[in-house]
Design a protein around this ligand. Structure first.
Ligand code: ADP
Ligand code: ZN
Ligand code: ZN
Length: 707
């Protein structure tokens, strides 16, 4: 007897092969079973998809079907809910089912042979494969009134919840308790906790492991080795890991008893995957929570405007949103004391009134100096790494352009290199100007490396209370390239070795620094006038986050007789964004932005997608998109959709490839979805024809984060 199976496989990207391929099997297999099948001359991993798969194959078809190589029957099948999640993600983000399914499985599962996998599973079983019981709660703080109220509502209501809590209001403590309540009430239940950045996972992992025992928690993020990822996946899939903690990829974890999903810092752009299936892990988490009846908590001090709008209370003109908003406006007070955990005072420095070329205003330098003298820490934040963004010649006007990209190469003084941050092209700094031979080529502008150097000069003679010289440290993507470097540098900050910390947005997010009482943002103006309509939203949340690093330990601040401050140097001190920031008033900022978006018909009041094409020339890329739009005009949904002309991306050329995009907008999500589903076959077909000549790739980005 032979059975016919429909199997999801990783077929080559944009191939004409359908979503599912048929294979023969000598025995019926349950949907969700993982199998190894021949594809071309390779053998690959696949997932048995439909339940009808078990129908015996008609005689006539049997000859045509290839037989599967093996079924991984030692592994429980992935659940129907998991397959639905993958199916939804594939449809919504316009990718093939197989691609999304296989990308959602750990890489080693794809690579290990059946025998190797069986051996791995046997070893797991021998090591004791039972659901870890949560450890004792240990030293658990009593919830504040705000925390208690949030927890009560989480227990009593269905959600999804938007936990809107100031930085330091104890959101993480709410997650820990919500997870604890769940695990205690249901000995099988599992919880997923997502964070935006890999480098925040060790911190959070430590907090969860302390509370629940290391055996109960597994991590999932791209910084792990393949064997580690497989081990985490298996623990989640078997239900032995009670808590999965990870970055966006964790949203696809196979968790048969998932009952709670937490998305921390839900506004963070890194929840949006930027290659392959460009999914939003936050949005998928909400979808998954509804499908699997898992409660969803989205947490942030500066929610995305989408989530904020979705949690609006009912008004005269508009029904309430679908999310339940929970508010925790107060910072945690000092334990035992009555010191207010006040948010830092925001000080705006008008750079128009400073002498030309001022990097750090005198007032800011003075404030930092006072803190050094008291043994407190300061953090100076500049969103640009390297020494200088451009190297240039004053004589002939030569600049350090990248030959392969429409961007400048950044000057890195440490290794005297010019490095392109887009394509990676790097060269040693030329001795003389390549344009005119001038020996005096100079850095233009400033990155974190140069700022670090500058601060070291300015504070060369200032001493700490222990009489030692000021210690300045820098944390950015360059300083943390080496494995473990970041953890080491963070430890130096936590232990108080560092007086002034310089860095990019990497240091602005999440870290629970206890002795920082001053945070300064040096040059945030660019985002105020960006062509990307989300730039102000991102700037506001970044500055609020950064401010949240100051004065986290109310008792410390009080004992120091100090006051937490956030300094912003700007040429536009009157800008309303800074006004709202000064009052720590996210709702006011959000209300104003939402008014503007509503008036302009932009998200969350409309839905967007980008069609993108990369090609040898800009003309080819644009013409390809234009041709697709013309053919798509005959789709039934075209009337409900507006398409804009194809335009170059802001950074038009990267690694010698020209990039163009076309914005598609609609007031109806469903119409946009149908229209895009109609576009995909058109794009496939055009790519094969004359219009596709010179096109390197195309893609669809649904709900794009950057326009
Ligand atoms: P958030 O995630 O909102 O920034 P955290 O949960 O990290 O805030 O809490 C900030 C600090 O306050 C942490 O050091 C945490 O241990 C402490 N904390 C949280 N809740 C309480 C509480 N109920 N009592 C005492 N301390 C608390
Ligand atoms: Zn020159
Ligand atoms: Zn380049």
């Amino acid at each position: 007897m032979t059975w016919r199976l429909e199997i999801a496989l990783q077929t080559p990207a944009h191939s004409a092969l359908g979503d599912l391929l048929s294979y023969a099997s000598p025995e019926p297999l349950a949907a969700g079973t993982l199998v190894r099948v021949p594809l071309g001359r390779r053998e690959v991993l696949g997932v048995v998809w439909s339940a009808e798969a078990a129908a015996p194959a008609p005689e006539a078809e049997r000859v045509a079907l290839r037989e599967i190589a093996a079924a991984l029957e030692a592994l429980p099948p992935v659940s129907a809910a998991w397959r639905e999640l993958v199916g939804f993600a594939a449809r919504y983000y316009q990718r093939s089912l197989g691609e999304v399914a296989l990308a959602a499985l750990p890489p080693q599962l794809r690579d290990l042979s059946t025998v190797q996998l069986a051996r791995r599973l046997k070893r797991r079983a021998a090591e004791g494969d039972t659901a870890a019981a949560p450890a004792g709660r240990g030293d658990v703080p009593t919830p504040t009134a705000e925390q208690a109220q949030a927890l009560e509502r989480i227990a009593a209501e269905p959600g999804p919840f938007l936990l809107f809590g100031s930085t330091g209001s104890g959101k993480t403590e709410v997650y820990l308790r919500a997870v604890a309540d769940l695990l205690e009430g249901d000995p099988q239940a599992q919880a997923m906790v997502m964070v935006p950045e890999i480098n925040l996972t060790p911190q959070l992992e430590a907090r969860f492991a302390e509370r629940f025992g290391a055996g109960a928690v597994v991590s999932m993020h791209s910084g792990m080795t393949n064997p580690q990822r497989l081990a985490s996946w298996l623990a989640a899939h078997h239900g032995t890991a009670r808590i999965v903690l990870g970055t966006r990829m964790a949203v696809f974890a196979s968790m048969p008893r998932l009952r709670l999903i937490v998305v921390d810092e839900e506004h963070d752009p890194s929840y949006k995957q930027q290659e392959g299936a460009r999914y939003s892990a936050r949005d998928l988490a909400v979808w998954r929570g509804r499908r699997e009846e898992a409660k969803v908590i989205l947490g942030s001090a500066t929610p995305s405007l989408e989530s904020w709008h979705q949690s609006r209370p009912a008004t005269a003109g508009e029904a309430a949103g679908r999310y339940t908003r929970l508010e925790m406006p107060s910072r945690i007070r000092a334990q035992g004391g009555d010191a207010e955990g006040a948010l830092p005072a925001v000080k705006l420095v008008d750079m128009n009134l400073q002498p030309a070329k001022t990097v750090l205003s005198a007032a800011l330098l003075d404030a930092i100096g006072q803190r050094v003298a008291r043994g407190e820490q300061s953090m100076v934040f500049l969103n640009r790494r390297g020494y200088a963004p451009v190297l240039g010649c004053g004589d002939c006007g030569w600049k350090s352009e990248c030959p392969h990209c429409s961007a400048y190469r950044v000057f890195h003084k440490i290794d005297r290199s010019l490095r392109c941050h887009h394509c990676g092209f790097a060269e040693r700094v030329p001795r003389a100007c390549p344009g005119c031979g001038n020996l005096d080529i100079a850095p233009i502008g400033r990155g974190t490396e140069r700022l670090e150097e500058h601060l070291a000069e300015l504070f060369a003679d200032v001493k700490r209370p222990d009489g030692k010289a000021v210690r300045i440290a820098r944390i950015d993507a360059d300083s943390t390239r080496k494995q473990g470097a970041l953890q080491e540098q963070l430890a130096a900050v936590h232990s108080g070795e560092v007086d002034i910390l310089v860095g990019t947005q990497m240091i602005a997010k999440g870290h629970d620094f206890r002795r920082i009482t001053l945070v300064a943002a040096l040059n945030p103006d660019g985002a105020l006038f960006s062509s990307d309509f989300r730039a102000p939203e991102r700037l506001f949340s970044l500055l609020m986050q950064a401010a949240g690093r100051a004065g986290r330990d109310a008792a410390y601040v009080a004992a120091q007789g100090s006051a937490a401050q956030m300094w912003i140097q700007t040429h536009h001190p009157q800008h309303p964004l800074f006004g709202a920031l000064r009052r720590h008033d996210y709702p006011a900022f959000a209300a104003q932005e939402l008014d503007e978006r509503r008036a302009a018909g932009m998200p969350p009041f409309a839905f967007q997608a980008l069609l993108r094409a990369d090609a040898r020339t800009q003309e080819v890329a644009q013409a390809f998109l234009q041709a697709a739009a013309e053919r798509a005009a005959s789709l039934p949904e075209a009337a409900q959709v507006s398409g804009f002309p194809a335009v170059p991306l802001t950074i038009q050329r990267v690694a010698n490839v020209e990039r163009a995009q076309m914005l598609i907008e609609s007031g109806s999500r469903a119409a946009l979805q149908k229209y895009l589903a109609g576009c995909v076959p058109i794009l496939h077909e055009l790519r094969q024809g004359p219009a596709g000549k010179g096109v390197v790739r195309w893609l669809v980005d649904v709900d794009p984060q950057a326009i």
